[in-house]
Structures are given as structure tokens and as C-alpha cells.
Design a protein around this ligand. Structure first.
Ligand SMILES: *[C@@H]1O[C@H](CO)[C@@H](O)[C@H](O)[C@H]1NC(C)=O
Ligand SMILES: *[C@@H]1O[C@H](CO)[C@@H](O)[C@H](O)[C@H]1NC(C)=O
Ligand SMILES: *[C@@H]1O[C@H](CO)[C@@H](O)[C@H](O)[C@H]1NC(C)=O
Length: 456
């Protein structure tokens, strides 16, 4: 680990002040994850923010739409594993088409990935069984990695994947990361999922060869049903983060019991200047400038899109009609220019969810003042029940939501550092120092005179 003392150079108007300080706790933080996760989403975080990393090779998810499967290929997944068999398609949120297993297999192959179906019949099948773990253990080594493994809600597949790793830990001394039953319960609690039922505890004990754990930690995510909206990342209690949501998600969020959504993407205009962010498009490179620059045309004009194709060998019709790429994404509130926050706001007006807009520049710096400006709004949202805070790739919102939940529930600085790292964003004095400083100013007791945050 790095040296524990470091130098922070502060430039205050004309004066340079060098402050040296030590913090013993910084590098001793033990995470409740199998590895230090990376920011979600492999090579396409805006497309794949919902894929939960267990290890770099294994990511888990719920039941996928055609778009999500194609995004998985765009972002670098090589294989998809489905734990269940689906005879029929399903309309998620009453509107988003989730293919049957047969259709899924075709889409996965057309996207150029390997597909494997374990084929359990449903939730009443014996998913929490040694046989299912054995089945997964047999096939995982045969598939190209990284693998996106899914079930309905990212729940059962997390159990099976972690139990596979626990079995390897038991039988192969060189296997890493090591998963004991203690790790298993801590990791799943941190993921907001609960396997503390008697039957799952028995299977955990059988596979690890350890005693049944008496009082494992339990998830603290509220409501427990949040996993119907499995794409969200639980932060703490009623705080959840997400990347760009879809129009059809609003209904699901209402059903699950969310009360508010905070959108941290930029609006159509900022200070009188156009400021639309980008939408994601199938088989199109992410993150190029919305309005173009000296090297590019506006992102969504046909000539520019042709230049941004990820895989030119994809067949016609793979994206928009007659094209192998997509030209617009109205389901994620896109117009012909980019992401249009006005459209999202309108959708919320027709729902029971309270909508807050806190525009944050994704290229900007974080600071104690930035959080201070929005603290009251965030705490109002947080005090009214489950709140989903979203941006494009779940990054901006991770920084802001970890801090907001820490302030609401009197969690300390080390908790915030642990939690943000568990979500895949490493914050330290040298990595994301601006976020580190924002957390420190609001959460360190001896600095509460700066922020007026005296509750701690
Ligand atoms: C655990 O690993 C051993 C040794 O590789 C294997 O024989 C066994 O089937 C595995 N069990 C499960 C539940 O995967
Ligand atoms: C699980 O979490 C508890 C509480 O934070 C901690 O005391 C324990 O050491 C952790 N176990 C493992 C194996 O990490
Ligand atoms: C806050 O308190 C610290 C330590 O007591 C002091 O050094 C610092 O100047 C104070 N800052 C403000 C803004 O009052």
C-alpha cells in the first residue's frame, strides 16, 4: 500500500499552503466484495452500468432485453449464461420486451457471443442446490470470458456463482479470490441480497465444509423488493443508484415502492448554452461529443454514426431498420441530438414518483460546496422513502449518494470510503482526490465547522 502520509497542495488565491497530514485508517479498509471492483460496465459503462461485478471474469444480472444483450457485446462480454429456461417472452414494466430463451440464444449468437443455458424451470426448481452449483462449475471453464451470468433478478445467480467460487476455494489452494462462508454473507449483504434462510444456509455449509453460520449479516436495503428493479445498485437502506433509466422503468419503480428519483444528468441547456448529453446506441461507440468538435460532426448525424460503428460486420437490421447500428434511442429519452432531460421530466409528470433534477457536469470537479448546494434537496428525497439517484453510468450518483446517505444516517468517513469502493469507484487521497476532499469535509468530525454539519 502507498505511504500513509501524503501531501495535499492547496492553492488558495495567491497563497500556496502545503498541509501534510496523516490518516491511519485510509489503507486499512476491508471491503465486502470478492475483489476491488472496477467501475461497472467493462468498456461501455453507459450501456452496462447494471452488470454487477463479482470478479473481472464473472458479472451478474437479471433477465435481459435484446438491447441489453447487444450492449453486452458492445461492452466486451464474450459469453452469456442463463440460469433459467424461459418458454415465453415477458413485457417488463408492461413495455420492455424480454425474449424467450430460444430468442435469447439467437440474439446472443447474432451479437457474436457464446450462450449457455443451465435451464432451471423456475424459482421452485432447486436453484439453491449442490447440483446447480456443480452444473455451473462444469460449464464456466468452457466459456470465453468475461461472462455475463443472469437469472431473473440477479439474485439466484449471485448465490450460484459465489458458491462455485467457494467450492474452488475449498478444493484448490491456489484459487483466488478466496470465498469462505463469512465472505459469502458479507458480500451478498453488501449487494443487498439475502441468503440467510435455513435452506440456503445449509447449502452454504455443505459447499464450504464450514459450520452453519448462526447469525450472518443481513442486507439493509429497503424495500427488500428493490430487486424487482434489479438494475439498481443498493447504496445504503433506502438509497440506490442507477445509470440511465428507461421510460418503462417508471412503472416498475412505482410498484417496488420508490418514492423519488433524482436525475443528475445535464439538462437541454445550462446557462443558456446547449448541454445535452449523449444517448447510447446499439453498435455505436459511446461518449463522443454530442455537438461534435474540431474532429467530429454532431454525434447523431448519419455520416458521424457511420464513423462510430463498433463492428461493421454486424448484419443489416441489427440496429435500426435496415442498418447494423442504431440512430436514436427514444426509450432512454433520446431525441435526434442526444439525451433530452425535458422528455424524462415529462414522463415523471405522469407518474406518482417525485422527480428532482440536480445537474452535475460529468467532467467537472467535486467539492464540499457542490454537495452543500444540493444537500437539502437530497436529504428531502432521502427522508421520503426509497430514492433512486441516476445519471448516465451510475458514477456521479455513486459519489453523491454515498455521501448523502452517510449524512442522513450519521455514517463516518471510513464507511463512505468503504462503500464507494465497494460500488467500484476507488476514492483515496491520490485517486479522485476531489471526491476524497468532499467526503472528508462533510464526514470528518474535526471539520464540521467548515460545512456547518454538526450532527456528527
Ligand atoms: C467442487 O469441486 C470439486 C473438485 O473440483 C468437484 O469435484 C465438485 O463437483 C465441486 N462441487 C460443486 C458443488 O461444484
Ligand atoms: C464480515 O463482516 C464482519 C462485520 O463487518 C467482520 O467482522 C468480518 O470479519 C467479516 N468477515 C469476513 C470473512 O470478511
Ligand atoms: C475549523 O476548525 C479547525 C480546527 O479547529 C481550524 O483549523 C479551521 O480554521 C476551522 N475552519 C473554519 C472555516 O472555521
Amino acid at each position: 500500500m502507498d505511504a500513509k502520509c501524503y501531501i495535499l497542495v492547496l492553492i488558495l488565491s495567491l497563497h500556496s499552503v502545503i498541509v501534510t497530514f496523516c490518516d491511519d485508517s485510509v489503507d486499512d479498509i476491508v471491503l465486502d466484495t470478492a475483489v476491488q471492483r472496477k467501475a461497472p460496465g467493462l468498456k461501455a459503462p453507459k450501456k452496462l452500468w447494471w452488470a454487477k461485478e463479482i470478479t473481472p471474469d464473472y458479472h451478474v444480472a437479471g433477465r435481459l432485453s435484446e438491447r441489453q444483450i447487444k450492449y453486452a457485446a458492445d461492452g466486451g462480454f464474450k459469453s452469456i449464461v442463463s440460469l433459467f429456461h424461459y418458454d415465453e417472452p415477458l413485457l417488463y414494466g408492461g413495455g420492455e420486451y424480454l425474449p424467450s430463451s430460444k430468442e435469447e440464444e439467437e440474439i446472443v449468437k447474432s451479437a457474436g457471443m457464446q450462450f449457455y443455458k443451465v435451464g432451471l424451470a423456475g424459482l421452485h426448481d432447486k436453484w439453491a442446490s449442490v447440483e446447480t452449483v456443480e452444473h455451473i462449475s462444469r460449464i464456466l471453464p468452457t466459456l470465453e470470458k468475461p461472462i455475463l451470468l443472469h437469472c431473473n433478478r440477479g439474485y439466484t445467480i449471485s448465490f450460484v456463482t459465489l458458491m462455485h467460487m467457494a467450492n474452488r476455494t475449498r478444493h484448490d489452494p491456489s484459487f483466488t479470490p478466496k470465498i469462505s462462508s463469512g465472505n459469502f454473507y458479507n458480500i451478498t449483504a453488501a449487494m443487498g441480497i439475502d441468503f440467510t434462510m435455513e435452506n440456503t444456509k445449509q447449502v452454504v455449509a455443505e459447499i464450504t465444509g464450514e459450520e452453519v453460520v448462526k447469525n450472518p449479516p443481513r442486507l439493509n436495503a429497503e424495500p427488500e423488493l428493490w430487486k424487482i428493479y434489479w438494475k439498481a445498485h443498493p447504496v445504503y437502506k433506502n438509497w440506490f443508484t442507477a445509470g440511465q433509466i428507461r421510460d418503462t422503468d417508471l412503472k416498475v419503480l412505482e410498484e417496488v415502492g420508490f418514492k423519488a428519483v433524482v436525475n443528475m444528468r445535464q439538462g437541454v441547456e445550462t446557462d443558456g448554452k446547449p448541454s445535452q448529453e449523449q444517448v447510447t446506441l446499439i453498435n455505436i461507440k459511446d461518449g463522443t461529443p454530442t455537438y461534435g468538435d474540431e474532429n467530429s460532426l454532431p454525434r447523431q448525424v448519419p455520416e458521424e454514426l457511420e464513423r462510430l460503428i463498433l463492428d461493421p460486420s454486424k448484419p443489416k437490421g441489427y440496429g435500426s431498420e435496415n442498418l447494423n447500428y442504431e440512430t436514436s434511442n427514444p426509450g432512454e429519452f433520446g431525441d435526434e441530438i442526444g439525451y433530452n432531460e425535458d422528455l424524462e421530466k415529462e414522463a415523471f409528470e405522469k407518474s406518482t414518483l417525485k422527480y428532482y433534477h440536480i445537474p452535475i457536469d460529468s467532467n467537472g470537479k467535486y467539492s464540499p460546496e457542490l454537495f452543500g448546494k444540493y444537500k437539502d434537496m437530497l436529504l428531502e428525497a432521502g427522508r421520503n422513502g426509497p430514492v433512486l439517484v441516476h445519471c448516465a453510468s451510475a458514477k456521479r450518483v455513486a459519489y453523491m449518494s454515498v455521501l448523502a446517505s452517510a449524512v442522513q444516517y450519521n455514517k463516518d468517513f471510513n464507511w463512505a470510503l468503504k462503500r464507494i469502493r465497494e460500488l467500484g469507484f476507488y476514492v483515496s487521497p491520490t485517486k479522485q482526490p476531489d471526491v476524497y476532499e468532499m467526503f472528508a469535509a462533510w464526514l470528518k468530525k474535526d471539520r464540521s465547522n467548515e460545512t456547518g454539519h454538526l450532527e456528527l
